[in-house]
Ligand binder design. Structure first.
Ligand SMILES: [Zn+2]
Ligand SMILES: [Zn+2]
Length: 127
């Protein structure tokens, strides 16, 4: 496939992380940026078309935010099919949530939880 070159500016620490990660998987930086971009775009494109969505949301957050997360999930009504709560060794709350509903509501919940969480990932199973 034809390649296009362009300059990228990254924060120093992000650049170092990228360099380390690329070496760890034996790829060069361009290859890793290519993989990461594709992954990100697939995630974005998923929500461009409104559809009946379902998937697993994994979120970890500091214990003091539990009240906020509980309220969000309780207000999400039938979107939340099931929810499991764990505690990581580092003392974080980890939530594994199965969601089913319109992709718009999934997107909003993901965004709202993402503002509270340290790490938050949605894995669609509606594909
Ligand atoms: Zn979906
Ligand atoms: Zn907890």
């Amino acid at each position: 496939m034809k390649k296009r070159r362009f300059g990228i500016s990254l924060d120093e620490d992000l650049f170092e992380e990228l360099d380390r990660a690329a070496r760890a998987i034996g790829a060069d930086r361009s290859r890793l940026i290519s993989l990461a971009t594709r992954e990100y775009l697939v995630e974005r494109i998923h929500f461009e078309r409104v559809h009946e969505c379902e998937g697993v949301l994994v979120a970890s957050y500091p214990a003091e935010s539990k009240g906020e997360v509980d309220k969000l999930l309780e207000n999400s009504g039938s979107l939340v099919l099931s929810r499991s709560h764990f505690h990581s060794r580092g003392g974080c709350c980890v939530e594994v949530i199965y969601l089913r509903g319109s992709s718009d509501s999934v997107w909003s919940l993901h965004a709202a939880i993402g503002r509270i969480c340290r790490a938050c990932r949605y894995i669609p199973t509606c594909l």
